[in-house]
Design a binder for this molecule. Sequence first.
Ligand code: NAI
Ligand code: CS2
Length: 485
Amino acid sequence: VLPPRVRRPAYVREAHGVGVVHVGTGAFHRAHQAVYLDDVLAQDGGDWRILGVSCRSGAIRDRLRPQAYLYTVVEHGASSQQFRIIGSLKDVIVAPENPQAAVTALANPSTHIVSLTITEKGYCLNRRTGGLDLQHPDIAHDLTHRDRPRSAPGLMLEALCRRWRLGVPAPTLLSCDNLPQNGRILQRILLELAQAVAPDAANWIENAVRCPSTVVDRIVPASTTEDIQAAATATGVLDPALVKTEPFTQWVIEDHFAGARPRLELAGVQMVSDVRPFELAKLRLLNGSHSTLAYLGSLAGYSFVHEVTANPHFLALVRHLMQSELAPSLRPASGLDIGRYQTALLARFANPALQHRLSQIAIDGSQKIPQRLLEPLSIRLRQRRTCEALCLAIAGWIRYAMGRDEAGTPYEVDDPLAGTFAAIAAAPGQTPGDLVGRFLKLSEVFGHELPEYPQLRDQLTKTLTLLLNSGASVAVRTIVNQLQP
Ligand code: NAI
Ligand code: CS2
């Protein structure tokens, strides 16, 4: 029996039907969207429970099914922790086991919303065009195996085509991934896939289906066995599907739905006409700083975010990065206080209870640094303004992508381009300038504009030389001491 302080679902789960299918039932979904919907169900009722779909494995389903898809969210505040049982998830379909069941779930007329947290790489983007990578192995498979799609775009397209053929009203598709204009990206890749395999449906997908952009923010580190054990000690319940997070949560959505939607504003969701100001602030100030801490902090020998920001030189670097090199490119908006957001971010990063691993944030850097660091860098260079902190962050990513720590010990670089990075790093007798030149040539990461700035190449070469010769701790201290306010 759960202690009274553990908050439970405040509604009768079986009295509510499914209205949302979520693809990617990972930790973030379960600590963010599923919590908001749990709140809406408690306050407003309605058929807004969630049916999950996993495109990859049955691991989460296997943890949740024995406990009727109930799970614990542990919220770590600065000095206390709250436990809450979430009831909004009803079931999880593992698409590789039964692809047609997944298609049917998305095509069901009661599915008004399909939401996604499939990681940046799940969109199978061609970074050179900004559209779909038709050569992506999963997309290439789906082009010729439409009855059993492997990719999330392939799964969604099959479901949309079935809805179109059967006259089922168009759904709203909600990307909840850390991509800029994630709704536009989602619509574009679906239209490009439709043009390739179902051109008759393309017009309906473009004009009836809605893909509003969203901004999502809640730090949700991967849970560990220690987290599960600690929660079991506190609550008396061993929950292998537990997720851990922080008190802060934010969800901003463009109010541009195809049909019915839950009254998300009752749960604190900001429904806006344009998410762009919120998105720029979040992807640059939070995620840009996160990636900077992850690469330079790992090289310096740290494991967790809170350890890096406890180092005064790294803290000064991130403050400068935010205040001087990122904030000037941001736009104010009602409900967005950029100064307060930055202050809050540093407190969130410093939360030791989260134990947020740098190695988790470092994953998929090729999919993350374009929007987090390279877009703001392009703006600084166009404006002929300083960018020492951004260059240090990017040189840190290059050094990290080489796959050897400062003691020379190799480690796995978890990134779709890891093979490319390893080939670059393995070439003998390279100078730092050679390394910078070869990384800058990766147009799927750096595009075509940035390599055209000779001062960028020089600055990255100088910074990478410092990192290679003196290590990240000395490099950060040296560059921070030279920074102009
Ligand atoms: P996770 O590892 O717990 O879950 C990842 C989910 O993505 C899994 O359901 C997995 O099946 C699915 N997935 C992975 N690769 C895929 C692919 N190629 N195609 C389709 N599905 C794929 O990670 P978590 O923490 O749930 O984060 C997922 C995403 O949520 C992030 O990549 C980010 O875009 C977004 N997010 C995460 C936050 C966090 O702090 N964890 C905060 C804000 C956004
Ligand atoms: C992190 C994000 O893993 C990462 O890339 O930067 O998941 C971060 O925790 C969230 O965006 C916070 O909202």
